[in-house]
Design a protein around this ligand. Structure first.
Ligand code: 13P
Ligand code: SF4
Length: 312
């Protein structure tokens, strides 16, 4: 494997040679974001994966995101830098237990957050992301029961916004629930003019304190358009890369995590499994590849497609 500048040049060369596209989530390291053709939130990345004309999709994010690209664009080869980059939300739903929940509520419409496995998507009526969850739930007739899985914090936020009673799956994002309310309150005292902006995967106690709640893309747009100049950003710290580029003159403070880690901020260990070396290897060897059985992909596609049609 080449090193340093040579590694970056080789990734760019291979990308052209193989007609590949690199898609990256905001939470991966900045150096990977810089090499990507598209950086975005889960909705934007799905839309980009669906419409790409590249032959090879290299998805720098976590496993369910690679699966989502394959669900939407099955004739393309989809590879990921690290097959073991999972997600605490996706991992919180064993298929058998989900089958049991559905059986207990046979008339319910199933809305699943995109952070779930292809197996769960295949058992879902409509997928949602953090940028359209409220809109998706509002699109369902008021007299229908709704199962909302797997993020209970997002679910409670959506229930509060829509006034709907949701049957929640008690899953959580290990990164967002680890943001420390106590440390946030100390920061707020230190920076009384700062606006607290938060991702809806955060706990209810944090969302209650927030001045604005939104998906990663929405948070980025908010700091760009708000007249305010100081923000405490309660989401994964990878978003800081694009935020700093977008508003270099503004003061951005990443929300602190309970556990003291190297950056004293909130980092997703799965997103950080993406490295330049692994990206290079994925491009070079076209491995590890994401493949799905059609019996799973087709119903999962229907649930994804319903979401994409509603959030055009
Ligand atoms: P969005 O990028 O859709 O806001 O989702 C955040 C997240 O946790 C992705 O894993
Ligand atoms: Fe999953 Fe949370 Fe990591 Fe996103 S930040 S991939 S929701 S564990």
């Amino acid at each position: 494997t080449p090193k340093g500048v040579e590694l970056i040049t080789e990734i760019q060369r291979l990308k052209k040679e193989k007609n590949a596209v690199i898609l990256a989530h905001y939470y991966v390291d900045g150096e990977i974001q810089e090499l990507a053709d598209y950086v975005g939130d889960s909705l934007g990345l799905s839309q980009a994966a669906e419409k790409t004309e590249a032959d090879l999709i290299v998805f720098c994010g976590v496993h369910f995101m690679g699966e989502t690209a394959k669900i939407l664009n099955p004739t393309k080869k989809v590879v990921v830098p690290d097959f073991n980059a999972g997600c605490s939300l996706a991992d919180s739903v064993p298929v058998a237990e989900f089958v049991a929940l559905k059986a207990a509520h046979p008339d319910a419409i199933v809305v699943s957050y995109i952070n779930c496995s292809a197996d769960i998507k295949a058992m879902t009526d409509i997928i949602c992301t953090s940028s359209n969850a409220v809109q998706i739930v509002e699109s369902i007739p008021a007299d229908r029961e709704i199962i909302f899985a797997p993020d209970a914090n997002l679910g409670r936020y959506v229930a509060h916004k829509t006034g709907r009673n949701l049957i929640l799956w008690e899953g959580a994002c290990m990164v967002h629930i680890d943001i420390s309310l106590e440390k946030l309150n100390t920061l707020k005292k230190e920076y009384p003019d700062a606006l607290l902006i938060a991702h809806p995967e955060c706990k209810e106690v944090i969302l209650k304190e927030a001045d604005y709640v939104g998906s990663t893309t929405a948070l980025l747009k908010f700091v760009e358009t708000s007249p305010n100049s100081t923000f405490i950003v309660a989401t994964e710290a990878g978003i800081m890369h694009k935020m700093k580029q977008a508003v270099p003159h503004k003061h951005l403070i990443p929300a602190p995590a309970n556990e003291q880690n190297t950056c004293a901020c909130s980092e997703c260990p799965y997103m950080k499994m993406n490295t330049l070396e692994k990206l290079y290897n994925a491009l070079y060897y076209e491995l590890p590849e994401i493949n799905l059985e059609e019996s799973i992909r087709v119903p999962a596609y229907k649930a994804m497609k319903r979401m994409l049609e509603i959030s055009q």
